[in-house]
Every structure is written in structure tokens, then in C-alpha cells.
Design a protein around this ligand. Structure first.
Ligand SMILES: Nc1ncnc2c1ncn2[C@@H]1O[C@H](COP(=O)(O)OP(=O)(O)O)[C@@H](O)[C@H]1O
Ligand SMILES: [Mg+2]
Length: 344
């Protein structure tokens, strides 16, 4: 495929600006900036002019690059500012204020999707099933939730990528709940959400689009041969430890064993959520289905990982969209996106 060459400024964290080649770097190093490397190197191979730009806490470097280089589009891989992931939507806002086309989700969708509790309130209003929950802000006393059924699942209100998630995230008693909440408050320095633990199969819905949304094939998390007594949850070890994944056959694959009707129902749910949370660009929604077939939505990810081999790409590949094709679609959506048309 040939693409019209674009000037693409790739925004990323300054520590993650990738080298020109993987040669001489250990697997452990590569995993840190693999997505940045994949996006930059593939865009180049596609014939685009690409400039990676590392950002930490200075909008000036972005402003300068926009003024000097006049990119057609900014590819937004920047997930934090000043070291805080809570500022991610401000980057998209800045792009809009600069009238700079950019990829991925709009500021409002980023803001909503980032707050797991806010999403769940929206889901409840629209009668979309999601685990019941309670939020423990930092510094607040942990009051035992009366209305929730143990075991509970304890996680950061807004961290991503299974950060802070381990077997100990599942707590069976009030005492364990207090312990885990205190641990997360201290370790992650974020508010914590505790919600009912949902036993079941885990699925991922990948979606792409602005006004018109396309649902890609449903993926399932396969926990492979992890010990029977280990809870089947995506801990940070399961998500990031490549050796452990290989050893236990842990993989994310197109869902098997669901009939066409069930798959379509999940895809429709995905599209509905995409609209309710006002997402744009591309997103992934994580959910669980119990043995009796109840669907519980866990969370929505705006701007999910687009490293080659990550869920978005596996789902796209399942309908014949290769990696360059996916990146090009993401660029086209960014170029066509018109902030003022969104209404609010
Ligand atoms: N209520 C829950 N019940 C069962 N498993 C859960 C629950 N919440 C999270 N998990 C497990 O933890 C993983 C990560 O949680 P998630 O909310 O998706 O956070 P992250 O933003 O880190 O991906 C999920 O993929 C799932 O395996
Ligand atoms: Mg998740």
C-alpha cells in the first residue's frame, strides 16, 4: 500500500523516545518503549516524515515543534505530563487550542474514560451492568462498605496497564480490604476503587472511529496453564512478563466458542459505550462474562496501547487490517476530526 506522505510529530514521554534500531538493547529495555518504537519505525517505513518528540513538563517544546515544522498531524502517545497521568486530556486540549490535528481520543472522552468510577456511574444510568463499587480517596478513613459482596477487587481509580494489580488485589475480608487500600494509597499515591470481584471469562472490545464507529473482532484473554488455584486476572506480571506469558501460554486471541449472536451483542455494547463516554479515535473496553452469561463492563481505555502485537492490532489483524493499515486509519480519523462539531 502506498500512503500520501505526511509530516507526523509523534508526542511521547521524554524517557521513551526510542532508538533508531532495537540492536544492542535487552528485552527488558525494549518493553519500556516498544510502542513508541513500533509507531515511529512503522510510520517511517510507510513513507511518512516522522519526528519523535519527547515531552515531560514543558508545553514550549510542543509549541516550538508545531511552529517550526508545521506537522500535518500529531500522533499522540503522550500519557502523562508533570509525571501525572491525570493530565493526559490536557495534551489533547492543547492540540485543539493550537488547532493542530492529532490522533486518538478527544479531551472529554479521555477525561471520562480515565475515571473508573465516573464511567461506572454513566453505565449504571444506562443500565449497563458493571461491578458495584466504592471509592476510597487518599487520606480518607476506610469505611467498610456495607452493600458490597466479598470478595472485592481493589485497584487504583485511574492507573492503567494493570499497574498495582496482583493476586492480593482480591480481598475476602474487611481486614484484607483495609490492608490493600492502605498499600495502594501509599505505593501508587492515587485514590482507590474497590468493586465486587467478577469470576468469569475476560474479553476485550476494540473500537475505532469518530462519528461512525467500527467494532473489531472480540478478543479473549487466555490464561493458559497458570496454576488452577491462581485467580484468572490480568495482573501486572501476566500483562508484562514476556517469559511468564510464554511459559504458561498466556495470550490474547480472537474469542472462540461464542456464537455469532453473542459476539454481535458484545460488539453492539462496545459501540454503545464508545458513544456514551464520548470517545473518538480508537479505544478498548474490558469486560467479563460470568458462567451464567451476565456481562460486566470493567473499564474503558481511551488511546489504548497501539504497539504491534497489542490488543488493538490483534483485533485489527483479525479483519485483515495490518499494522500500517491500522496506523493509517488512526491518522485519517485524526485528520478528519473536527472538535467544534462535537457540541459541548
Ligand atoms: N471487578 C473485577 N473482577 C474481576 N477481575 C477484575 C475486576 N477488576 C479488574 N479485574 C482484573 O484486573 C485486570 C485489570 O483491571 P482493569 O480495571 O482493566 O485495570 P487496568 O486499567 O490496569 O487495565 C482486568 O483485566 C481483570 O483481569
Ligand atoms: Mg484494563
Amino acid at each position: 500500500m502506498s500512503f500520501k506522505p505526511l509530516r507526523i510529530l509523534v508526542l511521547m514521554h521524554e524517557d521513551l523516545v526510542p532508538p533508531a534500531s532495537l540492536r544492542g538493547h535487552s528485552k527488558k529495555e525494549i518493553v519500556m518503549w516498544k510502542t513508541e518504537f513500533d509507531v515511529v519505525s512503522t510510520l517511517k517505513k510507510m513513507g511518512h516524515e516522522v519526528q519523535p518528540l519527547g515531552v515531560h513538563d514543558d508545553l514550549g517544546v510542543i509549541r516550538k515543534a508545531l511552529a517550526e515544522w508545521q506537522p500535518h498531524i500529531a500522533f499522540n502517545l503522550l500519557e502523562e505530563f508533570h509525571g501525572s497521568s491525570l493530565f493526559d486530556h490536557h495534551i489533547a486540549s492543547y492540540m485543539e487550542l493550537m488547532r493542530q490535528p492529532y490522533t486518538g481520543c478527544n479531551p472529554r472522552g479521555l477525561l471520562l474514560a480515565h475515571d473508573k468510577a465516573m464511567c461506572k456511574k454513566i453505565f449504571s444510568f444506562h443500565r449497563i451492568r458493571t461491578p458495584s463499587f466504592v471509592v476510597f480517596p487518599r487520606g480518607a478513613r476506610v469505611r467498610a462498605p456495607r452493600k458490597l459482596r466479598y470478595p472485592l477487587f481493589v485497584k487504583s481509580l485511574y492507573e492503567e496497564g494493570s499497574y498495582g494489580i496482583a493476586q492480593a488485589s482480591i480481598v475476602g475480608t474487611e481486614e484484607k480490604l483495609r490492608e490493600r487500600v492502605a498499600f495502594l494509597h501509599e505505593q501508587l499515591d492515587t485514590a482507590v476503587i474497590a468493586e465486587e470481584y467478577i469470576e468469569g471469562r475476560e474479553f476485550y472490545l476494540s473500537l475505532i472511529g469518530n462519528e461512525r464507529v467500527q467494532a473489531l473482532p472480540v478478543l479473549e484473554m487466555e490464561f493458559g496453564t497458570i496454576p488452577e488455584d491462581a485467580p484468572r486476572i490480568a495482573t501486572s506480571k501476566i500483562k508484562w512478563d514476556l517469559r511468564y506469558q510464554k511459559r504458561h501460554g498466556i495470550d490474547v486471541k480472537p474469542a472462540v466458542g461464542l456464537d455469532a449472536q453473542q459476539l454481535e451483542k458484545l460488539q453492539r455494547l462496545g459501540k454503545r459505550i464508545y458513544r456514551l463516554l464520548e470517545l473518538s479515535g480508537y479505544a478498548r473496553i474490558d469486560l467479563r462474562v460470568t458462567v451464567s452469561g451476565e456481562v460486566y463492563v470493567l473499564e474503558a481505555n481511551a488511546n489504548p496501547d497501539v504497539g504491534s502485537g497489542e490488543e488493538m492490532c490483534v483485533a485489527a489483524a483479525a479483519v485483515g487490517i495490518d499494522y500500517p493499515g491500522l496506523l493509517q486509519k488512526i491518522l485519517a480519523l485524526g485528520l478528519h476530526y473536527q472538535p467544534e462539531l462535537r457540541g459541548f
